[in-house]
Every structure is written in C-alpha cells, then in structure tokens.
Design a protein around this ligand. Structure first.
Ligand code: BGC
Length: 713
C-alpha cells in the first residue's frame, strides 16, 4: 500500500494558517451540501436530515468553506472542487465526506449482520473495500463506524450497530477504522479514507428506544459499558469523532464540555477533529438550551465541536462570539490546523482532484463482490433447525414464497450508492447456485398455481421486515413479524411439506407467537449486493451458517431492553412470582446473545486451565479443543464468559471477556487458547474507582460452565 508523503512541511501549514482571515478559518469549520457551487445535483445528493438555512453563503463566504457532505462520484466532486478553487483566495481544497455505512456501491451486510461474524478481519476488509470505492469517487472522509451500544431493538439504528456487548463493539469498530484509513506509517494511504467514529456518546441508550431521545445514565454505567466501545475503538486513531444528537445528564452532547472535553479529549485522549451531527448545533435551540443561533454556536464551539455540519451558525455569529470570548480563538486555530494537516496528509494541496478513470476499475469489481458474498454468508445466523436445513439433495422442486422471494431490495438502510439492479435476489441466487433445482418463486401462496404447490418438494418462506422500517428515524413500538407473514407461515405449515424460513430485517424481531410454527430459521439481516447467492449457498448446504447473535432476540416487543449481561438482581428471574420477570412472558430472550447453530455438530472437549489463581503479572490460560466432524470448513466462534461470584458492587450475571474466531477445517480438531489477565477483571466500583477484588470467578465457554479461578492479592 502506497503511503501519501506529506506534500508540505508542517511549517508551511502553519504559515498558511497565518495567512488566513478569521472568516476563512471559520469557513474551514463549516460543512455544507454541494449544490451551492454547481446548482441542483440530480441523483447525487444524499440528505440524511432536515434542511437548514444557509443564508449567509453568498459572495466570498462560499469560498471559505472547508468541507462538503452528501455528494460523491469522481465527476461531481471534481466539478465542485474546481468551481470552488477558481474563486477561493487561498486555494485550500474542499474535503468531501459521506456515509458509506456498509459499503459504497458494493454493499456488504448491515453492520449488525457483520457483527454476527465476530470477525475483525472481515470488518477490516469490508471497510478497506469501501474505502477504495469511496476514494475513487472523490470522498475523503467516511462517517463510520458507529459503535453505539444497543439493548433495545425498537431503536431503528440498531442495524448500524455491533450489538449489545461493549468489548465486541469496540473491537469491531477499531477494525473498521483500520480498514478505512489503511494507515501505513501512521498516515492514510492513497486508497484509504479518514474514519469518523460516531456517535459520541451513548446515543444507543435513548429512553424507550426513540431516536434522538434523552439519555440519562449513571457514570458507572457509562464508563463500564456505553463509553467502552468508543474508548476501545479510539485506540485505532480515527481522524474524526462525531458528537451525538442526544442529551446526557441533562445537557445536549453538542454543548457538553464534560462529554467532549473532559471525557473524549482528556480521559480518552482523542486529539483529532470533532464534527457535530447533522444540524445538531442549530438544534440546541430546539433543546432550548440556546435562545438563538449565536448562543447555540457559542455553546458548541466552547464544548469543542470543531466542525459544524450543515447549519452555518459559526459563520453567522463568529464575530460576536469572539468579541465576548476572545480565548476561543486559540481553540479555533487548533481546529483549523488539524483540518489543514488532514488535507495535507491526504495529498490534497498537491492534487485536489480524483482520477475519473479509477471508478470503473475499483467499483463493484470481482474481488469486492466475491468478498461481499463471503461476508454475507458469515453474517447469517441459523437460529433454529429441526433437521430441515440444509435442503436435502433429494428435494428438487423448490418453492420460494413470501415478500422477499424475488425482491432485489436486500441492501438494508444506509445503502449509500448501492443499486437494487446490482443485487442478486433470493430466487435468482438459488437458480445460480444449483441449476438442477426446479425452482419457482412467488410473493404469496395465492399467486402460486395449485398444481405447482402440490408438486413441490420443499418450501422456503422468505419473510422479514421491510428495509425502510429500520435505520435513522425509524424506531417502532411493534417489532413483531407482521400478521400477514405470520399467516403465510401457518398456511405453509398446513401444506405438510417440509419447509424453512429465511428472514431479512434490520433488527431482532419478536417471534414468540410464531416460533413454534417455524421448524428452521435462517436470519439473514440485510445481506447486501450478493444476498441471494450467499443465502442459496447456505440453504443448499454448499456451506454452513456460522454466525452468532450479537443482540438478544426478545419474545415480545415489550420485553426490551433485553441483554445478556444484566446485573444480578436481589430476586433473580425465575418462574416464581416475586422475582425479576414479567408475569405474562417466559424468562429470558427467545434467542440470546451468542446463539447460532451450524451444520457441523461441533464438539468442544479437553478443557484445560493453566492455573486457578490470577495475580499481577500472572495470567491464566484456558485451552480446549474444537472438533469439527463435518465436511465443512468453517469459522467457529468460541466465547468465554465469566461470572464474578461476589463483589462489592453488583456485577452482571455473565460477562463476555474473550472470544476467538477459529477456522476449523473439515473433519479436524483445533486447539483454542484464551488468556485472562488481571486487567480483564477491572470494573468501576461503587465509588467510581477502577478496582479488582480478590475472590472467585466461574468460567463458561459458550453455554458450558467450565472451571473456577480466584484473584489473589
Ligand atoms: C446521522 C449521522 C450521519 C449524518 C450525516 C445524521 O443524521 O445521525 O449518522 O453521519 O447524518 O449524514
């Protein structure tokens, strides 16, 4: 991978900053949409929020702006750049930023699906392919990854998350940052983009699962859980962090010095660029913590928001703000320097344009499509299987039925520039993967001619939740499978044919009412461009599913929030009345975090522990063998949990501490070794101090209790 050389010494950058007027500096801290320079942009603009007045952008002000959101393609970005540079006094090129959340034109599974691979290598590569496509289209910064911890699948944005565990979310986010930036020698490479970690912080904890809603939690909960994924991912040095829309302890994060300075900068040591979310500076007025635009801008600037996204209150009010608070100039200068340094690191002063021939070779190329198929396969989770999958070879006449049988709309929300025309539908994938099948596919059973239904050997029900029902601004009170599709499953059952269900969705759905009628269930999330082929390879047994859930499935809509690492209760959940449970629902999720079946009949054995005591400098190693007696080579996900038997402050019933994704060749056994150190056992005690306490811990590997160890001081 080629490294971009600095084209200017830092000294030159400082000189450039010296030459800038105050207005030119504030322009660098402002991000707007692209049509101002080239007029209306058909089929190119992606808007992800309401419009804001950008009234002061006349005359030379427009040519001080630092970055553009929402347009892509080499042609358009080059055009905007050249129009801009013609009139910009200091010829500081524009940065282009975009949301390629799970791919740009080659679309990979939604992040929640990707997280079910548990595989950092896969997430890194997804990000790397995405970065190459973005950079070839003139984009420099990607607003990804999102590591907001989630426990409530009513929130539409769980699809963009990595699920309910903080360690896994942090690690997968870190892997994506690496993949986007493709850092070599600490610099973004020529086909990499700057990553933007978002949304800082705790945006996934909005009360009631409503988007943009208030967050209120203890600092202990924040530092041990909701803050952790950012803390971990920040170690991979994303160039940007985006602040979140929500309030935290009564203050909108966009105006919170505590969040943005004390925690993000001082505690988590982030020293690069902070950008607001879309319109969030202006929205401080809606939160009613600012009485006008000037106050909103001042609050955000003071909190340390470097770039204002889409609204233009910094530009409209900077003179008054600085008159009142001249010390802010120092922070403005620091922010401008970071932005100029990034532009320099990307080589933009040397060449602000992108080669327009590149897109053709980079976008949707065979390698990325092949990888999209692999990623899609590994993100599927086999939730249930009464020996009905894979589809037996003796069944040749297959009927695929349901709203997802023929549709190409399998990209999921945040599909960026992905086109449905490029997507392989489920029925098409089945035809491509096994030409010997006599396959027919209909949206409903009524559409299927009677004799065809009678003659068919096996039915695949293709069900789910439409992609537009999850994503930003798409929270729901009802997360159950719709009644029509429940009826479809009951009707299929009545045919007495063998059948299985394939389900698409952007969130865990609540399936208690229908699960007994589903003998086999493959959860595919939204798999992206190669959806149909990937799923067909799993259904026909060319490959085995191997994903495991990263988010618990509730039984009913009202059983959320639900997550595996709940704290121990004084009255632990069980069937008795006076226990921590709902009276009208079984205890626990329908499918829990970590659940996922394969076709392999894998066996775990030979557990060993290197010692039973952990001290400073003395770790313990836990090893075991994983035997794969099948013909499939696949990725086994081994998960280690601990249970802290007694502690001063309450601990979760179980905590995932380690996991490993191991390739197990067909008919072979591999040994897995996981190490637990004292550091792994730290937690914030009741006085908000990091502590490890002497005592006993149980270890579980997946669902099996395995051994006990103690911490000694
Ligand atoms: C979303 C962000 C996104 C931004 C820019 C906002 O509405 O919350 O996740 O990056 O828009 O499109």
């Amino acid at each position: 991978r080629k490294v971009v050389k600095f084209c200017m010494e830092n000294k030159k950058i400082l000189e450039l900053r010296q030459e800038m007027t105050l207005k030119e500096k504030i322009g660098q801290l402002t991000q707007i949409t692209g049509e101002h320079y080239v007029g209306k942009i058909d089929n190119e603009m992606v808007e992800t929020g309401p419009g804001y007045s950008q009234q002061l952008l006349e005359g030379d002000t427009l040519y001080t702006i630092g970055s553009i959101i929402g347009v892509s393609s080499a042609k358009i970005t080059n055009l905007i750049q050249s129009e801009y540079l013609k009139k910009s006094r200091l010829k500081i090129p524009l940065l282009f930023m975009h949301d390629a959340i799970h791919g740009y034109k080659t679309i990979f599974p939604i992040p929640l699906g990707l997280s079910c691979t548990w595989d950092e290598n896969i997430l890194r590569d997804v990000a790397a392919y995405t970065a190459s496509e973005l950079r070839a289209s003139g984009i420099h910064v990607n607003f990804s990854p999102m590591v907001d911890l989630v426990r409530d699948s009513r929130w539409g944005r769980v699809m963009e998350s990595f699920g309910e565990d903080h360690l896994l979310s942090g690690n997968l986010g870190g892997a994506m940052i690496n993949g986007y930036q493709k850092d070599a020698e600490g610099k973004i490479s020529q086909d990499g983009v700057a990553a933007c970690l978002k949304h800082f912080a705790a945006y996934g904890a909005g009360i009631g699962g409503k988007d943009y809603n208030t967050v209120d939690m203890s600092m202990r909960e924040f530092f041990d859980y909701y803050g952790k994924p950012y803390e971990i991912a920040l170690k991979e040095k994303p160039k940007f962090v985006m602040s979140s829309f929500n309030t935290f302890n009564g203050i909108p994060v966009t105006a919170s010095k505590e969040m943005m300075k004390d925690i993000l900068r001082d505690k988590y040591q982030f020293d690069d660029i902070v950008i607001s979310d879309w319109g969030a500076v202006s929205e401080l007025q809606n939160h009613r913590v600012a009485q006008d635009g000037r106050e909103a801008a001042e609050l955000a600037l003071t909190a340390g928001i470097d770039i204002e996204m889409v609204s233009t209150l910094y530009l409209e009010n900077y003179q008054q703000i600085l008159e009142k608070n001249p010390a802010l100039l120092h922070e403005i200068d620091a922010a401008v320097l970071k932005i100029l340094q990034l532009k320099n690191e990307l080589g933009m002063f040397e060449n602000p344009y992108v080669d327009e021939d590149l897109e053709e070779t980079v976008i949707l190329n065979q390698k990325s499509l092949q990888f999209a198929k692999e990623a899609a396969k590994k993100s599927c989770v086999l939730l249930k299987n009464d020996s009905l999958l894979p589809i037996s070879k003796e069944y040749k006449k297959i009927l695929v039925v349901g709203p997802f049988a023929n549709t190409q709309e399998l990209l999921g929300n945040w599909q960026c520039k992905g086109r449905f025309d490029d997507v392989v539908a489920l029925s098409e994938g089945m035809r491509l993967v096994d030409e010997s099948l006599e396959l027919s596919a209909y949206e409903t059973l009524e559409d299927c001619p009677k004799d065809e239904l009678e003659k068919c050997d096996y039915i695949v029900a293709a069900i789910g939740e439409h992609w537009e029902l999850s994503g930003e601004g798409h929270s729901s009170v009802n997360i159950e499978l719709d009644k029509q599709q429940q009826q479809l499953i009951k009707d299929i059952k009545k045919t007495d044919k063998p059948y299985a269900c394939v389900c698409f969705s952007g969130r865990p759905l609540a399936l208690q009412d229908i699960i007994d009628d589903i003998p086999a269930l493959l959860w595919c999330w939204y798999p992206g461009t190669q959806a149909g082929i990937a799923i067909a390879e799993l259904l026909t047994g060319k490959d085995t599913p191997s994903g495991k859930l990263t988010m618990s499935f509730p039984r009913y809509s009202s059983q959320v929030p639900i997550y595996y690492n709940e704290y121990s209760s004084g009255r632990p959940a069980n069937e008795s009345s006076y226990s921590s449970r709902y009276q009208d629902c079984e205890v626990g999720p329908l499918f829990s975090f970590g659940h996922g079946l394969t076709y392999t009949n894998t066996e775990y054995s030979n557990f060993k522990i290197s010692g039973h005591k952990i001290t400073e400098g003395q770790d313990i190693k836990i090893s075991f063998q994983v035997k794969n007696p099948s013909e499939y080579e696949y990725s086994e996900i081994a998960i280690l949990y601990i249970e802290d038997l007694v502690s001063k402050a309450v601990r979760p019933i179980r905590e995932m501490k380690k996991y490993q994704v191991v390739t197990v060749p067909a008919n072979q056994t591999v040994t897995v070794e996981l190490v637990i150190t004292l550091d792994d056992l730290h937690y914030l005690n009741g006085s908000l101090q990091q502590s490890v306490e002497p005592g006993e811990f149980k270890i579980y590997i997946n669902d099996l209790e395995h051994s006990v160890f103690t911490i000694e001081h």
